[in-house]
Each structure stands twice: as structure tokens, then as C-alpha cells.
Design a protein around this ligand. Structure first.
Ligand code: PNS
Length: 165
């Protein structure tokens, strides 16, 4: 019997900034779910390089070609925002086994808080398994090459914000 249930999923993160690894997961998620809400945590704890407004703008720009993807900001508990948006799934990526422990803890906590919201893990393309926003910023600020690991719009913003020789 065909499953006709509509599924909206939420893809949360700090996205400071969005990388090609995030984008790869967004594209995979957009193929699996009817709608995908990219949920950007304000996250002052991480002292982001890009403001919330900038992160939202970059995400909206690079996901504009996907009609079933939207981008929203959130504060507070992820499961509360998932419910607010009518999402029944949380999408997260696992790059390597080292991600697993933290992701499992979060998934189990979120399940405890909201048993009806399911966490779904996807693997990014192999060539993005070592990409993280934190490392990319560090490499960029030290003059290393990262152009092929972030969307062009993000690289332009990085250059505008912190020009490096
Ligand atoms: O990109 P990140 O920083 O790995 O994303 C972490 C995120 C945003 C998924 C996580 O910090 C989160 O969900 N924060 C919202 C607060 C919350 O619900 N905390 C309890 C998680 S079990």
C-alpha cells in the first residue's frame, strides 16, 4: 500500500557558515522529505563569525533552487521548534564515527523530550566527510584554500567580511 503521509523534516544547525557538506545533506533531505525546514540556531555560545541575519541570507541564497526547502531561525529547544513547524523528523548528518557519540546523545535526549519526533541520519558525499564550518574558518583565516568546500556565495561573504591576502 502506498504511503501518502506528508512528511516535513527539520535540519538544524549553527551554519556558521553553510558548507558544501551541509548543502549536500540539504539536497539529499529535500529528495527524501516532502518539505525540509533548515533551522538556524541563533547560538551565541559559539560566538558565530556571521550574524544570524547573514547566516539566514546565505542559506536562503544557496537553497533557493529547491522549492520544498525553507530557512528559519530558532531559539530554545529544537524539539519545540520542530513541533511549531509541524516537523515529525529531525535530519542530522554523520560524517565519521567521531560524530556518532554526540549525535546519539542528542537524538536520545530529543526522543525523550518528544517521542513522536524521529531523528534521521544521512551520510554526506564521501568528499565532504572531513568538512566542518569550524575547520574551514580556521583554514581560511590562516590563508588556506577552501573555495571548493563552500558555495561561491559563502566564499564571497567570507572575503567581504575578513579579507585575507
Ligand atoms: O551545527 P551544530 O552546532 O552541530 O548544531 C547543534 C544543534 C543546533 C542541533 C543543537 O545545539 C541544538 O539542537 N540546539 C538547540 C537547543 C536544544 O534543543 N538542546 C538540546 C539538544 S538534545
Amino acid at each position: 500500500m502506498a504511503n501518502t503521509q506528508f512528511t516535513r523534516a527539520i535540519f538544524p544547525g549553527t551554519f556558521d557558515p553553510i558548507t558544501n557538506g551541509h548543502l549536500d545533506l540539504i539536497e539529499r533531505g529535500a529528495r527524501i522529505f516532502d518539505e525540509l525546514v533548515v533551522a538556524v540556531l541563533r547560538n551565541p555560545d559559539k560566538n558565530p563569525l556571521f550574524s544570524l541575519k547573514e547566516r539566514l541570507e546565505m542559506l536562503r541564497e544557496v537553497t533557493a533552487q529547491h522549492p520544498n526547502v525553507s530557512v528559519e531561525a530558532f531559539d530554545g529547544l529544537l524539539v519545540d521548534f520542530a513541533k511549531q513547524t509541524g516537523s515529525t523528523a529531525i535530519l542530522r548528518g554523520i560524517r565519521a564515527i567521531s560524530d556518532y557519540e554526540y549525535e546519539m546523545q542528542m537524538a536520545m535526549m530529543n526522543r525523550r523530550l518528544a517521542p513522536d519526533v524521529e531523528t534521521v541520519f544521512l551520510l554526506p558525499a564521501l568528499n565532504y566527510t572531513f568538512v566542518s564550518s569550524r575547520l574551514l574558518k580556521e583554514i581560511y583565516l590562516l590563508g588556506g584554500k577552501i573555495e571548493d568546500l563552500v558555495p561561491a556565495a559563502v566564499f564571497d561573504r567570507l572575503q567581504a567580511k575578513v579579507p585575507v591576502p
